[in-house]
Design a protein around this ligand. Sequence first.
Ligand SMILES: [Mn+2]
Length: 248
Amino acid sequence: MNKPVYFLSDFHLGARYFSNPKEAERRVVSFLDSIKHNASEIYLMGDILDYWYEYKCVVPKGHTRFFGKIAELSDLGIKIYWFIGNHDIWIYDYLPEELGITVIDGIQIKEISGKTFFLNHGDAIGRRKVSFRFIRSLFRNKACQFLYSMLPSCLTIPFAHKWSSHSRASENSNSAECLRPISDFVKEYSASHPEVDFYIFGHLHIVADEAVTDNARCIILGDWIDKFSYAVYDGKDISIQYYKSPTQ
Ligand SMILES: [Mn+2]
């Protein structure tokens, strides 16, 4: 493999809790720009946008520089995969067509340069609370999505941002505890799937690189709210790195 593969997640661009949302967007854009000549593939592992809803004829405001940079990298021939998270669920055909990206909903198991990867945002992995599963199924229900799209966006967009800020405030900060559903799942799964070398997840907003077996590792990508972390695969191994933008 000539050029490395990058894995990033949880930018949460547009979140109301950023003290400086433009700076958060510029940091991501500046990172993407720094790798544009040295990346073969980029995996955006979900919750890239804090909220997104593609209506039939219009899309929400914002993210202009970010979308522009993604389009530029995609036009340069970098393959960009965007996994749906639990915040950017409602991507339909606008972003894939406009940005030239591949949108993936759910788990993908694929080989990249001889290693097998298990890729997913991570929100539905392992045992989750009934309330969480209920809301998740509601958000993904076609009839609910249709009814939601009928409501005026000046009501739904502020509501969605309030919801997101609330869910961030109630997030579990104990990393061992929040990692458990994923690490339990990975242990069980790897017993029957020894071919998987790397499990890659976002969602938890923690950085972790844990040995699952002698051969397999589980990587949790962190976020771009205060960690600016990502994983790089060079065709042999994966390492977690942190971006320090030139302006910092
Ligand atoms: Mn998430």
